[in-house]
Design a protein around this ligand. Structure first.
Ligand code: LMR
Length: 396
């Protein structure tokens, strides 16, 4: 049977890492996948995570199964991080959260739950969006529509086009929204636009599905939740898929969560029972370690403060690299204006480089970025900056 199977194309993001590893050139740089690097070019384990792990080594008593929804304390702290402890959704118990394997696992659980139990079978995603969204939603048999989001000529957002496209969506359709640090563009909605989106969802009966993978990488943990909270204030039903890969540096622990918000407790209880049934049919119940780390940190004021300062350090280093990137391009003689890169949020910069230029960067200069022109600024350092900018200047 396997002779008939067609070879799958390499993954647009993780496939690049495979190619990078196989590259024998010494001065190679990987700015493909979104992984934070410190100034020395490594991805360290956060101090707050190490301290939590030390505690867990002493206090953990059993490796028995978790419940289908995962660690209870974790699910509570996730909701507080998303909404704030005083939000109506939390206080009136209108939300239920299940731990899930990273952002991808959370999105997949959400999508399968929706397809199996509701009439919502179409999802609207931004153009462009994270390369894996199509794959996840297709795997769950959702029909995918696109709304315009990015305007190439201005390197900015096309909010009017976004609204015009979403106005054509039907009641019950899902709308994928990036909570903050839009991937791949780094261009976010502003407060007034979040209100307009929330009103539009309410008026048209659209159901927001938030992909929230970068909380704390934009402006701050609370500030980055503004859009989600505005929408949750107005729209009675929504789903959030969040991830702690980036903001806790827990990439390989695969730790995220899917949170269902309903109009009332009775509805959320029913919906959540089906989320659990979806999980049971996929991977039965989640692994514990990542959730125990996150709940240990967020449940302890000292560890939480340390984590917040470490997150701030990551955020500020990326911002510094954005500035340095723009400056170094200039000093390498690039005439084109790249100042828009300084105004983008999060780990990525949407450079506007063409597919051909991206291919040349890889083939001629061993600089790896995603085919869409997305560059991981989080992988830049003072040391590799001249190599990157010289290569970009050459392909331009
Ligand atoms: C990215 O966009 O680079 C990250 O979210 C990693 C991934 O899984 O694609």
């Amino acid at each position: 049977i396997f002779t008939q199977v067609e070879l799958a194309p390499a993954d647009p993001i993780l496939g690049l890492t495979d190619a990078f590893k196989a590259d024998t050139r010494t001065e190679k740089v990987n700015l493909g996948v979104g992984i934070y690097k410190d100034e020395s070019g490594s991805t360290p384990i956060l101090k707050s995570v190490k301290l939590a792990e030390e505690r867990l080594l002493v206090t953990e008593k059993s490796k028995s199964y978790l419940g289908i929804e995962g660690v209870e304390a974790y699910n509570r702290v996730v909701q507080e991080l998303l909404f704030g402890a005083e939000h109506d959704v939390v206080k009136n118990k209108r939300a239920l959260t299940a731990q899930a394997p990273g952002g991808t696992g959370s999105l997949r659980v959400a999508a399968e739950f929706l397809v199996r139990n509701t009439e919502s079978n179409t999802i609207w995603v931004s153009n462009p969006t994270w390369a894996n969204h199509q794959n996840i939603f297709k795997s769950a048999a959702l029909k995918i529509e696109q709304y315009r989001y990015y305007k190439a000529e201005t390197h900015g957002k096309d909010f009017d086009a976004m609204i015009a496209d979403l106005k054509t969506a039907k009641a019950g359709d899902l709308v994928l929204l990036h909570g903050c640090c839009h991937n791949p563009t780094g261009i976010d909605l502003i407060e007034a636009e979040w209100h307009i989106i929330a009103d539009l969802c309410l008026e048209q009966g659209l159901v927001p599905l938030f992909d929230f993978a970068y909380q704390g990488f934009g402006t701050g943990v609370e500030e980055d939740a503004q859009g989600l909270r505005i929408v949750a204030n107005k729209v009675p039903e929504l789903i959030i898929a969040n991830s702690f890969s980036k903001n806790f540096g827990l990439y390989n622990e695969r730790i995220g969560a899917v949170t269902v918000v309903a109009e009332n407790q009775a509805d959320v209880t029913k919906a959540f029972s089906q989320v659990k049934s979806t999980i049971r049919g996929n991977y039965s119940n989640p692994p514990a370690h990542g959730a125990l780390i996150v709940s240990t940190i967020l449940g302890d004021s000292e560890l939480k403060t340390l984590w917040q300062s470490e997150l701030k350090e990551m955020r500020e280093r990326i911002a510094k690299m954005r500035g340095l990137f723009v400056e170094t391009l200039k000093s390498e003689g690039v005439k084109q204006d790249f100042s828009f890169i300084s105004t983008q949020n999060g780990m990525f910069s949407f450079s506007g480089l063409t597919k051909e230029q991206v291919a040349k960067l890889k083939d001629d200069h061993a600089v790896y970025i995603v085919g869409s022109g997305r560059i991981s600024v989080a992988g830049m350092t003072i040391e590799n900056m001249p190599v990157i900018c010289k290569a970009i200047a050459a392909v331009l």
